[in-house]
Design a protein around this ligand. Structure first.
Ligand SMILES: C[S@@+](CC[C@H](N)C(=O)[O-])C[C@H]1O[C@@H](n2cnc3c(N)ncnc32)[C@H](O)[C@@H]1O
Length: 263
């Protein structure tokens, strides 16, 4: 999947993402900012900021500093700007670009990135970019989903993908990493890990809500290789599988909050 394809997904799903997904992440942002142990006068950047909820939460914490939100999707950035204006935050601004096309050297004290890591083509290139953008001893705060994230929904997809001989892919993103991989990437790229928080929520929630939360409703590429007739069949069997897996408590948001500093 190219960056342009990822961009297309988020151009289409920005509104739904803001409505269904962002509310589940708010306490994760608070945990992340707490763990960063900031002074309040730092220069920050939020890479892959989406509708900017984390950018603004960080902006409020950095009341004597500033934050840039950066995102490849124009619709996400437009939403972020609207919300920021409504909240009257003057130290938060946004840039609409592919992160890899921007070139910052020794500028930021803190870089946050939430739910971008699993969309990256190459996490090493990303971490090199972050390292270059940070000042010496600057910090990165990363939120990345863990393999258990919406586990029962993932299982249902796998069963249906198998049934129709479709190539299994992540339900969301390009690749969801194990914690060991993330730690290795950070260490290899010259970061010293300060803390790792794991979180995992179990909820008694409806199939409808689960699907909205993983953005599956508006990301129309599921089963896109099937004919129209088979696609309907596949969607029906997905619902049957989901019914089996979501009668009880299901794992919803689950991931890692990693804080590291540039050595
Ligand atoms: C899953 S959303 C995460 C949004 C938000 N950070 C959050 O915590 O929910 C991933 C975001 O990364 C953006 N994105 C993906 N690839 C990007 C890239 N190469 N450069 C900048 N933004 C990118 C997408 O447009 C999307 O808004």
């Amino acid at each position: 999947m190219t960056s342009n394809e990822v961009k297309e997904i988020y151009e289409k799903t920005a509104e739904d993402y803001d409505r269904w997904v962002i509310p589940c992440k708010k306490c994760q942002y608070i945990m992340l900012i707490e763990a960063l142990d900031l002074r309040g006068n730092e220069a920050g950047i939020d890479v892959g900021c989406g509708p900017g909820e984390l950018t603004r939460t960080l902006g409020k914490r950095l009341d004597r500093g500033y934050v840039f939100g950066l995102d490849i999707s124009n619709n996400m950035i437009e939403l972020a700007k609207k919300r920021t204006e409504t909240e009257g935050l003057r130290n938060v601004s946004y840039i609409n670009a592919d992160y890899s096309e921007m070139n910052y050297t020794d500028i930021f004290d803190v870089c946050v990135s939430s739910y971008l890591f699993h969309w990256l083509d190459d996490p090493i290139i990303f971490l090199k970019w972050v390292r270059n953008s940070l000042k010496e001893n600057g910090k990165i705060g990363l939120i990345s989903p863990s393999p258990e994230w919406y586990w029962e929904v993932q299982e249902a997809y796998r069963v249906v993908m198998d049934k129709y001989n479709l190539k299994t892919r992540e339900i969301v993103g390009r690749r969801i990493y194990q914690l060991d991989d993330i730690e290795n990437y950070f260490e290899k790229e010259g970061f010293s890990i300060q803390s790792i928080n794991k979180f995992s929520f179990k909820e008694n929630t409806s199939i409808e809500t689960c699907l909205q939360r993983v953005n599956a409703k508006s990301d129309r590429q599921y089963f896109s290789d099937l004919s129209k007739k088979l696609k309907k069949e596949a969607v029906d069997s997905l619902m049957v599988e989901l019914m089996k897996n979501t009668k009880k408590l299901v794992t919803t948001e689950s991931g890692y909050i990693v804080i590291a500093s540039r050595m």
